[in-house]
Design a protein around this ligand. Sequence first.
Ligand SMILES: *[C@@H]1O[C@H](CO)[C@@H](O)[C@H](O)[C@H]1NC(C)=O
Ligand SMILES: *[C@@H]1O[C@H](CO)[C@@H](O)[C@H](O)[C@H]1NC(C)=O
Ligand SMILES: *[C@@H]1O[C@H](CO)[C@@H](O)[C@H](O)[C@H]1NC(C)=O
Ligand SMILES: *[C@@H]1O[C@H](CO)[C@@H](O)[C@H](O)[C@H]1NC(C)=O
Ligand SMILES: *[C@@H]1O[C@H](CO)[C@@H](O)[C@H](O)[C@H]1NC(C)=O
Ligand SMILES: *[C@@H]1O[C@H](CO)[C@@H](O)[C@H](O)[C@H]1NC(C)=O
Length: 790
Amino acid sequence: MSPFFLFFFLLSNFPPPSFSQNLSSFSSSDSTWTPTQNKQLLSPNSLFAAGFQPDPTFPNRFTFSIWYLNISQTTVVWSANDPNHPLSSTASLLISATGQLRLVNDSTSGSNLWPGTPSSNTNASKLVLQDNGNLVYDKWESFDFPTDTILPNQTITADTKLVSRNGKFSFLNASVLVFLSLNDSYWSSDYAIQVLDEEGKLEKVNQATAFSADFGETRLRRLKLDDDGNLRIYSFDQSQWTTVWQAVQEFCTIHGVCGENAICLNDAAAGSDNFSCVCPPGFKNSSSQSCERKIQLENPGNTKFLPLDYVNFSGGSNQTSLKIANFSLCESTCRQNPKCLGFGFKYDGKGYCVIQDKLLNGYWSPGTEMTFFLRVDKSESEVSNFTGMTSLLETTCPVKITLPPPPKDSNSTTRNIIIVCTLFAAELISGALFFWAFLKRYIKYRDMARTLGLELLPAGGPKRFTYAELNAATNGFSNLIGKGGFGDVYKGQLPDHRVVAVKRLSHVTGGDAQFWAEVTIIARMHHLNLVRLWGFCAEKGQRILVYEYVPNGSLDKYLFRVGQIESSKPGMELDPSVDDQEKPILDWNIRYRIALGVARAIAYLHEECLEWVLHCDIKPENILLGDDFCPKISDFGLAKLRKKEHMVSMSRIRGTRGYMAPEWVKSDPITPKADVYSFGMVLLEIVSGTRNYEMRGSKINSEEWYFPMWAFEKVFKEMKVEDILDRHIKNSYDCRMHFDMVDRMVKTAMWCLQDRPENRPSMGKAAKMLEGTVEIMEPKKPTIFFLEEE
Ligand SMILES: *[C@@H]1O[C@H](CO)[C@@H](O)[C@H](O)[C@H]1NC(C)=O
Ligand SMILES: *[C@@H]1O[C@H](CO)[C@@H](O)[C@H](O)[C@H]1NC(C)=O
Ligand SMILES: *[C@@H]1O[C@H](CO)[C@@H](O)[C@H](O)[C@H]1NC(C)=O
Ligand SMILES: *[C@@H]1O[C@H](CO)[C@@H](O)[C@H](O)[C@H]1NC(C)=O
Ligand SMILES: *[C@@H]1O[C@H](CO)[C@@H](O)[C@H](O)[C@H]1NC(C)=O
Ligand SMILES: *[C@@H]1O[C@H](CO)[C@@H](O)[C@H](O)[C@H]1NC(C)=O
């Protein structure tokens, strides 16, 4: 613990002084009040007291304060004079003949130290302490002159100014936190804060609110700007004050925590006082909080850059991003500027490039999603130990796949199911027109939603929630809505009224920082067809992810109706209160749209993401349906958190056998083509409404049953596509309207289900096949494949 915090600790925990005389008011008829009289002014409810409070370390120095009366550790909520400039024992409080309330340091002369020079025309005015902790004299009230604390129902206005007791930080404009010595702001509220209530609600303008973790309980509460620069709500729970809300979640982002050149490291799980200021490579400590160069930068031409992953420095003269998407251009801009000490760069392709000529406010946090390139002398031999991002890029982004086109079958048969529909040739054209019109509308809708989604992107990565916040949001993890392979899922509601699905992960490897870094990457994946990750919690061994709540449940509940299959597997994120029987039957257009959406989302994961991600567990349970049955894939990115061995055994235990590509069982390397296989299986299920391991209309014995092969025989040999269609909507299958759609789905599925990974298309190509923007060759028969026992 730093000396600074030790001081802070002592300050807030001194034992209460004893007072012998209790006043209910102080008026001009009372004699002068001095510190040695041991008097205190009480509120009628005896909750608050006011008076001369001795300094815990120097008992003959005083501050005129208001504090909680019956709390064993003295908690000061207001002070008339600055505690850093205490009064001597000869100080006095009096009401002058002219009705002025005066606090003076020496006898009765000297300047008035009471803030706001309260005075009154009538000599009947009294100084009283109200039940809410407000000290009032005529029109003057202490609520208008707060120090570092706001009490419940005390209004905060744009003029309200809180200053931390040590004088380093300030809360201004009801919305920003400022580091005073550099006059720069390190936090701002979305909306100006107005008032805190006794139940723990923080009201803001525009009806915005924030809630404390124990919202709903009527407790003693206070909002305080602490000496560490954070604004917190404390509530008194039986015997102590506990933090139930705080403005700054990442402690190290508070400015001035560490000195020049130093990097603040903080393990949020261990509490905010557990931070350290470390020096970057090439630097050594110059004081306990600051660092200096070992080798001065003499010749700007003779320098190199050391990458510090996830480190952010600011404080240079221009914090504007240069918007240079290219790394080497950003680097040369810094190199050409003799004052440049380093630059921050983001790999997201959006051109984040910020040049620093001062290295202040340094901190490490995966939330920055950036790397700081520190300029050092060429002879510097130290290497950076701030790594993680670059290595993560390497492990999750192996060589991009290049797809050989599906092999051409030289002697391909013309026995295409198109023949079945030749009679409707004329109608087929109108069907195709309808199809394209639909597709165009769909693509437009998708692009629109994608853009909208991106605008909602949270700044600074996923939100880091505290366990208490999530406990409150989920009502103590009471509403279990699903059990998935990665853990239980609960429904909850955030203070801003967003409904969320909260997933408590089990058996996750790696430390807090690694988890955080990986979650940042998952959260960066934005696609209309991916379930949005909003935040996470990594605290005391807990690993929790906070997702958007997808209302319509998972695809399996729609495809595989009750009675057809026993519900052997617990569904994902499905509200059990929704009865399966009530679920509508998905029509062909919706099914097609779901297939296309899922294909695009997986293609995005595989090919468009900066990090290249395998899903590894694609199945109907992981495809959730949003409003309008827009599909959203869940559980993506989580495979990385586990080892391959674990994945395999886990998938087996969970009975996802039918979706696993053959290479999972052979010990072949797992490539994106494993996901393509699983997708093919799902696609076939979407068409057939049958679970792939449920035999259907077949007399073959179960050992030899292989769904893709059966479907292939039906469609391409027997030419009876109707035989594989979902019985529930078979009747609505209209050759003219749906042929093209269904044909594409079946053919694409067959290609995806090829036994050999290299024969399967890439996911991007599969999406194009579905879309109809590439021609689909006649697929080859998927060969039989059995999942061996072990
Ligand atoms: C303080 O005293 C008041 C009045 O006696 C009582 O109502 C209140 O509950 C007490 N508070 C605590 C925290 O003990
Ligand atoms: C009050 O007087 C004492 C002793 O003269 C002095 O040390 C202290 O700084 C004074 N305080 C203020 C607020 O002027
Ligand atoms: C107020 O002060 C005046 C002048 O000192 C005095 O005459 C008067 O009696 C006082 N009134 C009360 C109510 O004390
Ligand atoms: C900061 O840099 C940006 C981009 O080069 C430039 O547009 C802007 O004017 C600069 N601001 C200041 C205050 O120098
Ligand atoms: C770096 O820190 C500055 C100041 O705290 C902040 O404004 C900026 O957004 C941060 N950059 C990133 C990429 O987090
Ligand atoms: C880098 O090394 C310094 C000095 O050994 C150490 O204090 C710091 O914690 C290390 N940083 C990281 C991110 O491991």
